[in-house]
Design a protein around this ligand. Structure first.
Ligand SMILES: Nc1ncnc2c1ncn2[C@@H]1O[C@H](COP(=O)(O)OP(=O)(O)OP(=O)(O)O)[C@@H](O)[C@H]1O
Ligand SMILES: [Mg+2]
Length: 153
């Protein structure tokens, strides 16, 4: 499985890439873990909102920073984690992280690299990065762990 790279030139592009991804993932049954990484302010929350819209979640997706996880019901359930403020991996045990990983849901994990040792083997990795040579609002959105064919048509 190769890395699929998308160009994003504005918020809406990033939102739309996530929207498409969610529409593919919601056809899968069982847990689907999506790791979402990139520097501060790069657009992870914009991406999460696109995932929410693609899953047909009506509520606005807001960053769960202070409660680590928020759950939303949609065509497929979404557990949205933001582990930025986790200081110790044992905090994940306290919230029962492993049980979320078994749920029939999309498990979206912002700042996943901070909890690498707790992640399942089978994950989709999304990394958003800037490239100022391509413009202030440019973002590269790289998706690993999916087939190119999934994104056709
Ligand atoms: N191509 C783009 N894609 C996404 N966001 C963009 C893009 N261009 C500009 N932006 C702006 O970048 C900011 C991204 O903010 P966002 O909160 O989504 O980042 P974040 O990665 O979640 O940050 P944090 O690490 O602080 O949670 C927004 O202000 C958004 O308008
Ligand atoms: Mg954020």
């Amino acid at each position: 499985m190769s890395k699929i790279v998308f160009d994003s030139f504005c918020d809406k592009d990033t939102f739309d890439i996530a929207y498409r991804l969610a529409n593919i993932l919601k056809k899968r049954s069982g847990p689907v873990a999506v790791c979402l990484d990139g520097d501060l302010g790069v657009g992870k929350t914009v991406f999460a909102k696109g995932i929410g819209a693609g899953l047909n979640i009506k509520r606005d997706i807001v960053s769960p920073t202070f409660n680590i996880v928020k759950t939303y019901e949609g065509d497929k359930r979404l557990h949205h984690f933001d582990v930025y403020r986790i200081s110790d991996i044992s905090e994940l045990d306290e919230i029962g992280f492993d049980e979320f990983l078994f749920d029939d849901a999309v498990i979206l994990i912002e700042w996943s690299t901070l909890i690498e040792e707790a992640l399942p083997k089978d994950v989709i990795r999304v990394v958003i990065s800037k490239n100022l040579e391509k413009g202030f609002d440019y973002r590269e959105v790289a998706v690993e762990g999916m087939d190119d064919e999934d994104f056709r048509n």
